[in-house]
Design a protein around this ligand. Structure first.
Ligand code: TYD
Length: 213
């Protein structure tokens, strides 16, 4: 049965430096969407398919050339788009994803120094027409994020073990991309108490729901 184009689902992504506090906000968002009767596919990057999860475990653990790292992020993404994201949106489901291409811009271009033209070429190749409908960018000073990470978990991956100046560059790149995509990326001050941040996030999600209705 063919679907009317307006039946396409919506794509929401969550971004921010490690320790910004995305996880609980993702859960609150998924709950709200399900309460509204929507079918929600929750996923993450790198990852989301068996192959992409294998790529994730390698890229989070093994040191590699910065271009290899970027290519692996996009390889995992290509698979995730083909198997999960694109079919879900076509069915009319909503997709809520922990990180997407903004993370590659922030971490690989901003953090590692990947050539921006190479990033753009990969973005164009892997998803020339698709961007999230809404991106919540959790902005927090790296010092606070580091405190949250230290109190939250015992094991860290090789990104989380980076130094403060790396996260300063990642944060700056995220904010730069937010300026360039102001209609899509909502910057959320994630240094505030959890409940205040949740209000802000759910407010943005409700606006998207209203636009969609
Ligand atoms: P993260 O999403 O923070 O998961 P967890 O909360 O389980 O640690 O971890 C993914 C890491 O991968 C994070 O440090 C950012 C990094 N990353 C990139 O460097 N580039 C990318 O394109 C993506 C999607 C993630």
């Amino acid at each position: 049965m063919s679907q009317h184009p307006s039946a396409r689902g919506r794509f929401i992504t969550f971004e921010g430096i490690d320790g910004a506090g995305k996880s609980s906000q993702i859960a609150a968002t998924v709950d709200l969407l399900r309460e509204r009767g929507l079918t929600v596919v929750q996923s993450r990057e790198p990852g989301g398919t068996p192959l992409s999860e294998k790529l994730r475990s390698i890229v989070l653990a093994d040191p590699m050339h910065l271009e290899t790292e970027a290519l692996m992020m996009f390889a995992a993404r290509r698979e995730h788009l083909a198997l999960i994201i694109e079919p879900a949106l076509a069915r009319g489901d909503w997709v809520v994803c922990d990180r997407f291409t903004d993370a590659t811009y922030a971490y690989q271009v901003g953090g590692r120094g990947l050539d921006e033209d190479k990033f753009r070429a990969l973005e164009q190749w892997v998803h020339p027409h698709l961007q999230p409908d809404l991106t919540l960018l959790f902005d927090v000073p790296p010092a606070l994020a580091a405190e949250r990470l230290a109190s939250g978990r015992a094991e860290t991956d090789r990104f989380e073990r980076e130094q403060r100046d790396f996260f300063e560059r990642v944060r700056a790149a995220y904010l730069q991309r937010a300026v360039a995509s102001a209609g899509r990326i909502a910057v959320v001050d994630a240094a505030r108490p959890l409940a205040v941040v949740t209000d802000d996030v759910l407010g943005s999600v409700r606006r998207l729901l209203e636009q969609t209705a």
